[in-house]
Design a protein around this ligand. Sequence first.
Ligand code: SAH
Length: 221
Amino acid sequence: MTNPFLLTDSFRHKGLRKQLVEMLQKKGISDKNVLQAIEKIPRHYFFDSSFLEYAYEDKPFPIGAGQTISQPYTVAFQSMLLDVSKGTRVLEIGTGSGYQASVLAEMGAKVFTIERHKILYTKTSKLLPALGYHSIKTFFGDGYKGLPAYAPFDRILITAAAPSIPEELITQLKPGGIMVIPLGPDDIQTMTLLIKKANGGYQKSEHGAFRFVPMLKDKEK
Ligand code: SAH
């Protein structure tokens, strides 16, 4: 990985990452592709400054604009549910730091990601290609609207708390496609997996409680 922001990936960072991966395995993450991606990607590159002691803890962390980089377990869990393989077209809502998008790209997905915060969008849309993730397409916009020009998608991943299922996004999902979405009010959400049926409806399953920052409407300059 190139090093555009004068960041280094030391043996210490690599060692901490290995420990993080072992912890994720103990917590039940079994998907080899997910674990390999997390072991490979220097998560500290996605932090404002390299807070070494925080980057490889299993915790969320502030990334500016009142937003957070999701906890590694949450990234791993959502990536596992999403079940991507080489060439899978994924729409992510909530680019944030770009870490989740990079994990999916390492797993072989073709990632399209939308961020509503201009500052975060600007920063991450420069960082990702600089780290070598040229295939990740970043967009500034309102995720509730999705990306009709690039639809349909095989997978849609929401990385913010959605009060209800955004119906417009269901229309941008292929039949048989999967949406992973934390559904619920601001304080707690249920990780929900939807499989779109051929008739346009969906089949729903629930996968435990999580906490995300809210999915908000419209763009923020
Ligand atoms: N996937 C991110 C996690 C970011 S936290 C990462 O790996 O770092 C959730 C992000 O969703 C925030 O950056 C927030 O600004 C963004 N967000 C919230 N509502 C949104 C919307 N309607 N459209 C696009 N992005 C949104």
